[in-house]
Design a protein around this ligand. Structure first.
Ligand code: MN
Length: 293
């Protein structure tokens, strides 16, 4: 099986909450999903200085998992299951929305000035998307060296190392970095499609030079990722079996039909109990915008 040339996807800058710049590379007009990955936000790097920092009030999710991974800074996570978790660099935070959850994200009162990280969403397959909500914090993940490349397995399995994070479809999430210049080939699964996004420095994949703000999409069929980089780069590699389901998204909801999305918006705004309640957030809950249909 041969695969065609990789596709460059330019991210779109947008503002999250109050004054937090992010670059979104999924979904875009050219590509909606990579495996079950359906949303990719690169947060910062920003200098919060002495401001309040991040303030994302209580809001709901259905039908997805959120993956929060920081390189720098701290976020305090609260959710309707009663979780109160300080999210720090190098720790995986995986929230499973199932049939309904709500959460808030804020900088703690005392926080480092810098903030840099990613937040990704994974669409839950139809068979599992109405399940129980959950939140998991994984401070320890498999890390290994591959030809000078430091590989951290955020989700899924790579070269026999498996993440403890619970997933519902075959997929992969890795952090890749190198302290010195590196040139290597990373084994891939030919049945997965992949995306790679640089967070720091630059990286050459095949003939493509990548920098922050661009996602490179690679269709199934490759068994090796040829990469080359100078010292000091950091990237995220995601992959998975191409999704066989038509996923629809609106605001913070992932579903299959417009009417499900409309119902979720109305239910949240009406205070429906299945989203639970976030306790202790110093501010208002977010209101759902109604869909255009
Ligand atoms: Mn959220």
């Amino acid at each position: 099986m041969t695969s065609s040339a990789p596709q460059r996807i330019a991210g779109k800058a947008t503002i999250l909450g109050v004054g937090m710049t992010i670059v979104r590379t999924l979904p875009t007009a050219r590509r909606r999903t990579i495996g079950a990955w359906c949303f990719l936000d690169h947060i910062g790097p920003v200098d919060l200085g002495t401001s309040h920092g991040m303030r994302v009030g209580p809001h709901p999710h259905i039908g997805l998992q959120t993956v929060t991974w920081l390189i720098e800074g701290e976020i305090l996570h609260r959710d309707s299951l009663g979780s109160l978790q300080l999210i720090r660099p190098g720790q995986l935070n995986l929230m499973t929305a199932g049939r309904g959850i709500s959460h808030s994200e804020e900088s703690p009162p005392e926080h480092p000035p810098g903030m840099h990280g990613v937040q990704f969403w994974i669409a839950t397959p139809d068979a599992d998307r109405h399940g129980e909500p959950a939140f998991a914090h994984h401070p320890e993940l498999p890390v290994f060296d591959h030809d000078g490349l430091q590989v951290t397995v955020l989700l899924g399995e790579q070269q026999g190392r498996k993440s403890p994070g619970r997933i519902f479809s075959p997929l992969l999430g890795l952090e890749l970095l190198a302290d010195a210049a590196v040139q290597t080939g990373l084994p891939l699964r030919a049945d997965f499609e992949y995306g790679i996004q640089v967070l720091e420095g630059s990286l050459t994949v095949g003939e493509e030079v990548l920098e922050p703000g661009t996602l490179l999409y690679m269709e199934p069929g490759s068994e090796l990722l040829a990469l080359q980089a100078d010292a000091g780069f950091r990237a995220i590699l995601i992959g998975g079996e191409p999704l066989q389901e038509q996923v629809l998204m609106w605001w913070n909801f992932v579903a299959r039909t417009q009417s499900e999305l409309t119902t979720a918006c109305k239910d949240w705004n009406a205070g429906a109990q299945y989203f639970g309640e976030v306790v202790g957030y110093p501010g208002d809950r977010l209101e759902s915008p109604m869909p255009p249909w």
